[in-house]
Write a protein that binds this ligand. Structure first.
Ligand code: GLC
Length: 614
């Protein structure tokens, strides 16, 4: 026994020795607090000792294979536990379906205890150590992750570190005037400082939750609330906050989480006179979190949620020597993709893909078409301006297009946080509804349905060819459309993001192998793409990815090269047929039809797509 303890001590010590200087340096730079640093280190050791043998084994395996999260068969699916299967035990029962969907990791949307009606979809955590009772228990979570691991599925969860719910114990005690807890948030007893902040800090929810502060009459203070008034921003200037949140992070690592999604990470450091976004201290904190993970639980990868323009996203990877997040969402590409759908013009998308493809290959992006949030139209307007697309009118066009108001648009969905002042609005809807599957179904129009399905598949085929890891939003694999029932729910009515957060339709999923149905066509076609992706090295992380000039603005070209092989992807963003010439001579095999192309010409139907391998 003594021998075993010693051996694991050595492992911890060796990892500590590797990172100690940097960790201490960063900690002291931020907090100048020796005793809190000592406490952090001793707690790290505690969490390390409590870590189960099976997880420690995973740690060692991943230390030996640090690129594990970039594997070509990585495919994520994000899902709400209750929508998908009622509770955690229910999810466990549905793991065969997850496997059948070729999914290698599931992102369980927020499941920690929260206050009904004041939950922001679970992003207002009331207790970091308790699962929302209707979803199950912490034991259920650990059991689910163990079962997932057995089946070769990784588990991802949200770590909401910017704020807590106003019902979190700290917040409750702060509201009672306990100074120790007030210092964990941002409290002001007069309106001056909040007013100063408001001059430089933009608003996240300008319509549903305007401003960045909330007045608390019972204690005569303002509290900082960047998101909803019931989400109180944590003060990371206080080392107690940082330490405790790191213990929460390690606690979840020990429940078997493989990927930790750091929610709203750009916001975690606040300073008067700034935008309170992306400040340099945020990077110090993320870097420390990465180091802490590498010492205690190196099997865990960090996924940063940075919903910002590319130049602000990329720094969250850190550097090759001092990495921060393992993965980041490719948010601008996602928004640009939908812009491309609406304008049938691939120039901006090509430019955006070229930027991403120009980055070091170690930088791993998570590609997605839709997620649980709205689409904010964060596009490169400087470039669009040159093509006569000005920001405000263009956003209006996109919103008109996707809500189906624009003549000829088959998309359906709703606006989100329509800001009357800036005239800015974001958009909500599922992939299928945005592609026209909802409207075609409603009209029972087969021709429109065929077009809508092809568009949906084309977008997936394009996403699977991008550099990075693809992520599917649960329901998209069967073409699930918008769910309007949220309007009948008092708690959800004001937040249109619930339109794309409907319950998973298991009865429709039954059709998934029947190619005469919408579900069957989408599920089977996606399965084929996913399996190809998992098998072919050219679709893996080591291939060189670039775009190619198709000679037609309406058609996007992506190239992948690996080990002497070349693959040209072609994606038609219009409802016209296209004839194109591949950029190089050769004998190609088109992977979807299996057809051999004897010359370089290829014909694509409307919204057609092709992967040509030579
Ligand atoms: C993230 C989540 C979003 C939530 C916000 C506040 O952006 O994706 O759903 O509203 O954080 O926690």
């Amino acid at each position: 026994m003594a021998g075993r303890v010693k051996k694991s001590d050595q492992e911890f010590k060796a990892r500590m020795a590797k990172h100690e200087d940097e960790l201490k340096w960063l900690y002291m730079e931020l907090y100048q607090n020796d005793s809190m640093y000592a406490e952090l280190c001793s707690q790290m050791y505690e969490y390390y000792t409590r870590r189960k043998a099976a997880l420690k084994k995973r740690d060692r395996e991943r230390e030996a294979d640090p690129q594990w999260y970039r594997r070509k068969d990585m495919l994520g699916m994000m899902l709400y536990i209750d929508n998908f299967a009622g509770n955690l035990k229910g999810v466990q029962k549905k793991l065969d379906y997850i496997k059948e969907s070729n999914v290698s990791f599931i992102h369980l949307m927020p499941f920690l205890d929260t206050v009904k009606g004041k939950s922001d979809g679970g992003y207002a955590v009331a207790d970091f150590r308790k699962v929302r009772p209707d979803l199950g228990t912490m034991e259920d979570l650990a059991r689910l992750s163990a079962k997932c691991h057995e089946m070769g599925i990784d588990v991802c969860m949200d770590f909401v570190m910017n704020h807590t719910s106003e019902e979190h114990e700290w917040a409750v005690r702060a509201r009672h005037g306990e100074g120790e807890y007030m210092s964990r948030y941002f409290f002001y007893d007069n309106p001056q400082i909040p007013a100063e902040f408001e001059k430089t800090v933009p608003q996240v929810f300008p319509t549903t939750a305007p401003g960045n502060f909330t007045w608390l009459p019972e204690i005569g203070h303002y509290v900082m609330t960047t998101f909803y008034p019931y989400q109180w921003d944590l003060n990371y200037g206080n080392p107690r906050v940082f330490n405790e949140m790191m213990y929460n992070f390690l606690f979840f690592a020990n429940q078997g989480m493989d990927i930790i999604r750091i929610d709203a990470v750009p916001y975690i450091w606040k300073e008067l006179g700034t935008s309170c976004r992306n400040l340099k201290q945020v990077h110090t904190i993320v870097r420390m979190m990465r180091i802490i993970g590498e010492i205690v639980c190196p099997a865990v990868a960090l996924l940063g949620e940075v919903v910002m323009e590319p130049e602000k996203v990329v720094p969250y990877f850190g550097t090759v020597d001092k990495p921060e997040c393992h993965m980041l969402y490719n948010v601008t590409t996602m928004a640009t993709t939908w812009h491309t759908v609406a304008v049938h013009d691939t120039r901006l998308l090509k430019k955006q893909l070229d930027i991403v493809n120009g980055l070091p290959k170690e930088y791993t992006f998570l590609n997605y078409l839709r997620c649980h949030d709205d689409i904010g139209w964060g596009l490169d307007y400087d470039t669009l301006k040159q093509w006569n697309m000005d920001e405000i009118p263009h956003k209006q066009y996109l919103n008109d297009y996707f809500t189906g108001k624009f003549p000829g648009s088959e998309s359906r969905g709703e606006l989100y946080n329509d800001d009357p002042v800036t005239k800015d609005a974001r958009f909500c809807g599922t992939t299928a509804s945005m592609c026209g599957i909802e409207s075609a179904g409603f009209e029972q129009n087969d021709a429109k349905m065929e077009k809508a399905i092809r568009k949906d598949l084309m977008l997936h085929a394009y996403m699977f060819m991008q550099a990075g890891i693809p992520m599917i939003y649960s329901g998209d694999e069967i073409g699930q459309v918008n769910d309007y029932t949220y309007k009948e729910d008092e708690e959800k009515r004001a937040d249109s993001r619930y339109i794309h957060r409907g319950a998973f339709k298991w009865e429709l999923a039954e059709n998934r192998h029947d190619r005469t149905t919408v579900e069957g066509q989408i599920f089977e076609s996606l399965s084929y793409m996913e399996q190809l992706r998992a098998q072919e090295d050219i679709l893996g992380p080591d291939a060189e990815v670039s775009t190619w000039e198709t000679g037609d603005q309406e058609v996007l070209g992506i190239t992948r090269r690996w080990n002497g092989q070349t693959m040209f992807g072609i994606f038609n963003f219009t409802d016209c047929n296209k004839e194109l010439t591949l950029p190089e001579d050769g004998r190609y095999r088109e992977l979807f039809s299996g057809e051999i192309l004897e010359d370089r010409t290829i014909t694509l139907p409307h919204y057609g797509y092709a992967w040509c391998l030579k």
